[in-house]
Design a protein around this ligand. Structure first.
Ligand code: FAD
Length: 518
C-alpha cells in the first residue's frame, strides 16, 4: 500500500522472526552444487546451458529497464526436470536461486534469477500434449507454459472458451496466474485467478502437489497471485464456458470524469450486464488511437482531437456484449437502450461488430505493427495500480489532470476501469484494496533507451502523491525496491505471505527477481 501505515505489533513480530532466522542461517561457502558446477550433471544433459545467447535472452524482459544475468538456463522437457533442479538446490548446503520464466513479459526483472538458474517454461510446450479439454466438466487442464492465445485456439476447436482474460494474450498461463490476470471481463467474471479449479505446484522443497479449494487449499491460494514465491505451477485447471460467436463493441466519450465513473460503476453493478467493461484516458498527443487498438474511424479523428484540445483530458468508456445467432436480434436493442441510459457526450459513440476471437486478440495487430517498426522491444516503464473507489476523483484531479498534464511526457495508453472486490478471494495472495469497488489504473508507456528514466521518475511522483494523500493505492504487477515497501504493499496480508514462504520455500530459492525476500 502506498499509505504510510506504521507496522503493527504482529508485523514487528514477523520482522523480528525474519531477522533471527536470517542471522541463524549458517554462512556457507560455495560448496556443491552451484549452477555453474551442475552443468555437468547427467540429469540435465542437453537441457541446462550457460551459452551466452541463452543467458543473455534470460537477462532481459519486456520492460527493458533491467539486465539481470543468471548463471544458466534450464530448458526442461518434463515436470521431473524442474523437480530435479529444485531438489538439487534445496538439498544443497548453498542453495542457488531459481526462477520460472513464462514469456518474460514482466517489466522489472521479476522472472530473473541473478547468478542462479532461469527455467525457460516455454521449452515444455509440446503440440501433442499440454491442453486437455473436458467438455462435460467444462474445464481445460493446461500446462502453464502455454500462452493464453494457444489455450483459446485449442478450446475454440470444441466450441468452448475460458471466461476471464488479459487484454493481451501472448502471456503464459503460469505468468498471469502468478499475478492475477485482469481485463474488462474481471468485473463480471473475476480475475483469471478466480477462474482456476486446480493446480499442480512444485514447491521450493522440490515436492509436487495437486491442490484446489478442497485439497492443499493453503498452497492453492498462496500460489494464485503469489508472484512465483511458493512454487512453480506446472498445470492449471481452467474453467470454460460455451464460446460466443461475436462481440458488439462500443465506445463512448466523456468530458466529465464523475459522469464517466458513475456510468462505469452503475454498469458493473448490474447483475445481467455486459461481458466486458474498461475505460481509458485520452490526452492531446496526436490521433486518438494508440498501439493497443485502432478503433476510431479516420473521418472522426479531427473532431475527437479538437474535443481533447478543448478539455485537455477526456475519457473513453468501452463495453462489449457477446452474442450469437440466437441473441443477434436482442443485442442491438440492448445496446441502444444502454446508449440512451449513459451520460457521454452525445454524438461521440462508436461501434464495431467483430468475431469473438478478433475481439479477444485485439492487441495483437498493434504489437505486430510496432514490431515491424522496431518499436516493440523498447523500454516500458509501466505502472499499474489499484485505486479505491473513494479516491478515484482525487486521483483524476491530482494525477491525470495534475502530474500527467504538467509533465506532458506520457503518451501511452492510460487505462482506468472499476472492478468488484467480491469477485476476488481473500485467501489468494494478490494484494487488493479493502473497498467493495476499486479501479485498475494502467500507465502503459513506451519509451526510448535514453529517456525511460523520466517516466520512471513520473511513476515515483504518482506513487508519492498517492502516499502523501493517504489514498491506500496498491500496485498491481508490483515492484518495490525494499522489503519495507513489500510490508506496506501486503498490509494485513504480509504475515500470511511470510508464513507461507517459510512453509513452501524455506530456503528462499524461488523467483528472487520479485525482490521480496533476500
Ligand atoms: P513472466 O514475466 O515470465 O513471469 C512473471 C512472474 O511469474 C515471475 O516472477 C516468474 O518467476 C513467475 N512465473 C512465471 N511462470 C510461472 C509458473 N509457471 N509458476 C510460478 N511462477 C511463474 N496483465 C494483466 O493482468 N492484464 C493485462 O491486460 C495485461 N496486459 C499485458 C500486456 C502486455 C503487452 C504485457 C507485456 C503485459 C501485460 N500484462 C497484463 C502483465 C502480465 O500479465 C504479467 O507481466 C505476466 O507475468 C506476464 O506473463 P509471462 O508469462 O510473460 O510471465
Amino acid at each position: 500500500m502506498a499509505s504510510n501505515n506504521f507496522p503493527s505489533q504482529s508485523h514487528l513480530l514477523v520482522i523480528i522472526i525474519f531477522i533471527i532466522v536470517t542471522l541463524l542461517t549458517p554462512i556457507t561457502t560455495n560448496t556443491s552444487p552451484q549452477p555453474w558446477n551442475i552443468l555437468s550433471n547427467d540429469n540435465f544433459a542437453g537441457k541446462l546451458t550457460s551459452a551466452s545467447s541463452s543467458v543473455e535472452a534470460a537477462s532481459i524482459d519486456f520492460g527493458h529497464v533491467t539486465k539481470i544475468y543468471p548463471s544458466a538456463v534450464l530448458n526442461p522437457s518434463s515436470v521431473q526436470d524442474i523437480i530435479d533442479l529444485i531438489k538439487l538446490s534445496f538439498d544443497s548446503q548453498s542453495s542457488f536461486p531459481i526462477a520460472a520464466r513464462g514469456h518474460g513479459h514482466s517489466f522489472r526483472g521479476q522472472a530473473a534469477a541473478k547468478d542462479g538458474v532461469v527455467v525457460n517454461m516455454r521449452s515444455m510446450v509440446n503440440e501433442d500434449r499440454g491442453i486437455k479439454v473436458s467438455r462435460t466438466g467444462l474445464y481445460a487442464d493446461v500446462d502453464t507454459a502455454w500462452l493464453w492465445i494457444e489455450v483459446l485456439n485449442k478450446t475454440l476447436e470444441l466450441g468452448l472458451t475460458p471466461v476471464s482474460w488479459t487484454d493481451y494474450l501472448y502471456l503464459t498461463v503460469g505468468g498471469t496466474l502468478s499475478n492475477g490476470g485482469i481485463s474488462g471481463q474481471t468485473s463480471r467474471y473475476g480475475p483469471q485467478i478466480s477462474n482456476v479449479l486446480e493446480l499442480d505446484i512444485i514447491t521450493g522443497k522440490g515436492e509436487i502437489a495437486t491442490c484446489s479449494n478442497d485439497m492443499n487449499s493453503d498452497l492453492f491460494y498462496a500460489a494464485l497471485g503469489g508472484l512465483g514465491q511458493f512454487g512453480i505451477i506446472t498445470r492449471a485447471r481452467i474453467k470454460l464456458e460455451l464460446a460466443p460467436k461475436r462481440a458488439k463493441w462500443l465506445r463512448f466519450l466523456y468530458t466529465d470524469f464523475s459522469e464517466f465513473t458513475r456510468d462505469q460503476e452503475r454498469l458493473i453493478s448490474e447483475a445481467d450486464g455486459l461481458h466486458f467493461l474498461e475505460g481509458s484516458v485520452m490526452l492531446d498527443h496526436g490521433p486518438p488511437d494508440n498501439w493497443r487498438s485502432t478503433y476510431y474511424p479516420p473521418s472522426d479523428h479531427l473532431r475527437i482531437v479538437s474535443m481533447i484540445k478543448r478539455h485537455r483530458v477526456i475519457y473513453c468508456l468501452e463495453v462489449v456484449k457477446y452474442y450469437d445467432e440466437f441473441s443477434q436480434h436482442s443485442v442491438n436493442e440492448e445496446m441502444e437502450e444502454l446508449s440512451e441510459s449513459l451520460n457521454f457526450v452525445r454524438g461521440f459513440v462508436y461501434e464495431k461488430d467483430v468475431t469473438y476471437i478478433d475481439f479477444l486478440n485485439r492487441v495483437r495487430t498493434g504489437e505486430l505493427n510496432l514490431k515491424s517498426k522496431g518499436q516493440w522491444d523498447v523500454p516500458h516503464p509501466w505502472l499499474n495500480l489499484f485505486v479505491p473507489k473513494s479516491q478515484i476523483s482525487r486521483f483524476d484531479y491530482g494525477v491525470f489532470k495534475g502530474i500527467i498534464l504538467r509533465n506532458n511526457i506520457t503518451t501511452g495508453p492510460l487505462l482506468v476501469y472499476p472492478m468488484k472486490r467480491i469477485m476476488w478471494n481473500d485467501q489468494m495472495s494478490t494484494a487488493i484494496p479493502e473497498e467493495d469497488v476499486f479501479y485498475a489504473v494502467g500507465f502503459l508507456r513506451s519509451a526510448e533507451f535514453d529517456n525511460w528514466e523520466a517516466y520512471d521518475k513520473e511513476n515515483m511522483e504518482v506513487l508519492m502523491f498517492c502516499e502523501d494523500a493517504k489514498m491506500d493505492v496498491i500496485q498491481y504487477l508490483p515492484y518495490h525496491a525494499s522489503q519495507e515497501g513489500w510490508v506496506r504493499h501486503f498490509g494485513p496480508r504480509w504475515n500470511t505471505f511470510v508464513e507461507r514462504k517459510y512453509k513452501y520455500d524455506p530456503k528462499m530459492i524461488l523467483s528472487p527477481g520479485q525482490n521480496i525476500f533476500r
